[in-house]
Design a protein. Sequence first.
Length: 232
Amino acid sequence: MTPSGGQDRDEEREPVTVTDKRRIDPNTGAVREEAKVAGAAGSATSNPEKQAAPAEPGASAPGAAASEGESDADAKVAELTADLQRAHADFANYRKRVERDRQAVIDSAKASVVTQLLGVLDDLDRAREHGDLESGPLRSVSDKLTAAFEGLGLVTFGAEGDDFDPSLHEAVQHDGQDGHPVLAAVLRKGYQMGDRVLRTAMVVVTDGDAQQQPETGSESTDAETQSKTESE
């Protein structure tokens, strides 16, 4: 192999390039421009929040959507609350109506049973008038029945001297035409339970003013008789 052949092969080899990547130039001691550019790029990459800073003006759109969603939710809650209150009021009214109807049925049943026994009370009243209830076992039965009826709310009405009331009294006889009508006699007592009239009282009616006139006349006659006696 000749020297010229080796030289040709050396020329065919690619030249070796050495890149100095040191940030500081060993000759001048200054920071190279390439290092400054690389440092700026690395800083921008490591702080993406700073790059996203210009997007802040658009951040109000999600907030507005959230506020609108809360308003819709509040309106829905208010609507459901109103519906619940109406349902509660309707149920309360329904319960009161059911209770009122139930009590009316109970009162009607009591009145129906008591009405069937009014004849027994009439017999006891007649026995009392004849003195049959002054002693003995019948008096005890009468007292117990009377207490039981009073416990159910049974009340009697109709007494001599009471004002005549067409809704409570049944007049079988009326003496007089003018004046204030009152009860002259009670032929049969009347009964009621609460506001319900079970039976009207059978009575004789007379005018109160007409009834007082004979009494006034008798009083004047007695006074005249007394004066004559004293003069004698």
